[in-house]
Design a protein. Structure first.
Length: 450
C-alpha cells in the first residue's frame, strides 16, 4: 500500500476532479497538458516539489500507472517527467515521420470505454518471445492482411520472425493474452538502421509493422495498450527516437495522440522481380509438396548381404543361375518395403542358404553404384559380417535352385579369375575390412561397369 501525504492527495484530487469534468480528455494529451499547465499544488509547497506532485498525480490519473508510488525509482520518475515533455509540440524539432501506407486493424482507433482486465485496472500486456512468432504471424494473416497467408507462407514467416524476436534480433512485440491462452492482441515493431542525425543520434528507427486484435476482444483498449507498450519500450529501453507506421484512416487519431504526424511526401512502391524463364540462372522453383519433391530427387535400390568365410578366412560365394554379369555373389539381396538393412541380410541369407545369422550386426562395407543403361537407379548396399563357418555348416548349406546352383570356398586370390574386375575389387575391400576391423566404403560399383 502506498502512503500519500495530504499535499499529494490534494494534487491527485485536483487531477481527478478535472478528469471528472472532462472525461473525454482522459486519454488525450491535450487533457494531460491542461492538468500540467493549470493544476495548482498547496501554497506552502516548493516549486520543484509542486511540479513533482503535479506530474505524478496527472500521470496516475491519465495512464492508471502508479508513477507516484515509485519515488524511489529514479528511472520511473524520470520517465514521468519525460512523458509530458514529449507531448508538447515545442519539444519536437523534427516530428517523426508517419507512414500511412498499409492497413492496420480498426481496433487501434481511440476507445471511449476500454475495459482493463487485471485487478490493478490496467490491460495486462507482456513482451513477446520467439515462441510467440507463429501467433503474431497468424494474427497478421487473419486480421490485418486483405488476403490470408497460406499455411506454407505462415511457416516461412514464422521461421523468419522467431529468431528476430530474440534479444539479439531486430523485432520487438507486445501481447495481450486471451483467457484461453491464445492471443487477443499484439503489436510488432521492426528496428532498422538509418543515418545518424541530431533527431536520431543512435542511427536507429522503428517501424510499427503489425497491430492486430482478435474480433472477440475489440473495443477494450487492447490495441492501444500493446502499441503504447511497444513505443515505450522502443523509446525508453532501445533509445529509438524515429518511428514510422502505416495507419488507416480510422487509426490516425490515436497515432496523432501518440505524437505521429503525416507527410504527403511519403510514397510507396512494391516492385516484383520479372518472371524468370524456366532454366535461367534467376529462375526459382516453387515450393513443392513432399510428394512432388520426392519425384525430383534421385532414386536408388538398396540391398544387403552377408560375408562368410571358412575357418581359414577363405571367402564363401554362391554361383548365380540368373546373372551372367555377376556369376559369383555373396548371400543377400534387395530390400523389401519396410525392412531395415540387417533384417534384409538375415532374411535373404536364410532364403538362399538355410543359414540363420544372429546379431549384433557388424557392418563390413557400404557399397554405392551409379545408374546406367542396364538400370535407371543408383544402388546402395551394406555388407555384414556373417562370421566363420565350420566345414559341417558349409556342407549343410541348402541352395534355392531358382537363384543359385553352387557354393564354393576359395582363397581370395583364386576368386579373381572367376569374377568381373569390379566384383573382385568389392570382394577384396570386404575381406580387408574383416582383416583390419575397419569398415570399407566401395563407391564405384556402377552399372556402367557391367
Amino acid at each position: 500500500m502506498t502512503c500519500r501525504s495530504p499535499a499529494r492527495s490534494l494534487t491527485r484530487r485536483t487531477a481527478q476532479a478535472y478528469l471528472t469534468r472532462h472525461p473525454h480528455e482522459r486519454d488525450s494529451p491535450a487533457g494531460l497538458l491542461s492538468l500540467l499547465d493549470g493544476a495548482d499544488g498547496p501554497a506552502d509547497q516548493a516549486p520543484a516539489e509542486e511540479a513533482h506532485q503535479v506530474i505524478d498525480a496527472t500521470l496516475d490519473s491519465v495512464s492508471e500507472v502508479a508513477y507516484g508510488s515509485a519515488h524511489s525509482d529514479p528511472e520511473l520518475v524520470e520517465r514521468g517527467r519525460r512523458t509530458p515533455a514529449r507531448l508538447r509540440p515545442e519539444h519536437h524539432d523534427s516530428p517523426p515521420p508517419t507512414d500511412r501506407r498499409s492497413p492496420v486493424n480498426p481496433d487501434i482507433a481511440p476507445t471511449a470505454a476500454a475495459k482493463p482486465q487485471d485487478a490493478t485496472g490496467r490491460v495486462p500486456v507482456r513482451a513477446a518471445t520467439s515462441a510467440d512468432a507463429e501467433g503474431i504471424i497468424r494474427m497478421r494473416s487473419e486480421h490485418v492482411l486483405s488476403q490470408p497467408l497460406s499455411e506454407q507462407w505462415i511457416g516461412r514467416c514464422t521461421d523468419e520472425l522467431a529468431p528476430r524476436l530474440s534479444p539479439a534480433g531486430d523485432a520487438r512485440a507486445f501481447i495481450v493474452d486471451a483467457p484461453d491462452g491464445t492471443m487477443a492482441a499484439c503489436a510488432l515493431g521492426l528496428i532498422h538502421p538509418v543515418l545518424q542525425a541530431p533527431a536520431h543520434p543512435r542511427g536507429l528507427a522503428a517501424r510499427v509493422h503489425v497491430v492486430a486484435t482478435h474480433p472477440g476482444f475489440r473495443r477494450r483498449g487492447y490495441a492501444r495498450a500493446v502499441v503504447t507498450a511497444l513505443l515505450d519500450h522502443l523509446g525508453d529501453v532501445e533509445g529509438i527516437t524515429l518511428f514510422e507506421v502505416h495507419a488507416g484512416v480510422e487509426a490516425q487519431p490515436l497515432y496523432r495522440e501518440l505524437g505521429f504526424t503525416g507527410s504527403p511526401a511519403l510514397m510507396r512502391m512494391t516492385r516484383f522481380e520479372p518472371a524468370a524463364t524456366a532454366g535461367t540462372p534467376n529462375s526459382r522453383p516453387d515450393w513443392l509438396s513432399p510428394e512432388q519433391y520426392a519425384e525430383t530427387v534421385p532414386k536408388a535400390t538398396a540391398f544387403a548381404c552377408v560375408y562368410f568365410t571358412d575357418e581359414d578366412d577363405r571367402p564363401l560365394q554362391l554361383h548365380s543361375v540368373y546373372s551372367p554379369a555377376h556369376p559369383w555373389q555373396l548371400a543377400g539381396g534387395t530390400m523389401d518395403h519396410g525392412e531395415r538393412p540387417f533384417e534384409t541380410a538375415v532374411r535373404e541369407c536364410r532364403e538362399e542358404t538355410g543359414l540363420t545369422v544372429t546379431g549384433p550386426p557388424r557392418l563390413l562395407a557400404t557399397v554405392y553404384g551409379l545408374p546406367g543403361a542396364q538400370w535407371p537407379y543408383s544402388t546402395i548396399g551394406m555388407v555384414f559380417d556373417g562370421g566363420r563357418l565350420t566345414a559341417a555348416q558349409i556342407r549343410g548349406i541348402t541352395l534355392d535352385p531358382q537363384e543359385h546352383d553352387d557354393v564354393r570356398v576359395l582363397p581370395l586370390a583364386e576368386w579373381k579369375a572367376l569374377m568381373p574386375t569390379c566384383d573382385f575389387a568389392r570382394l577384396s575391400a570386404v575381406a580387408e575390412a574383416r582383416r583390419t576391423g575397419q569398415a570399407a566404403y566401395f563407391g564405384t560399383w556402377d552399372w556402367e561397369n557391367e
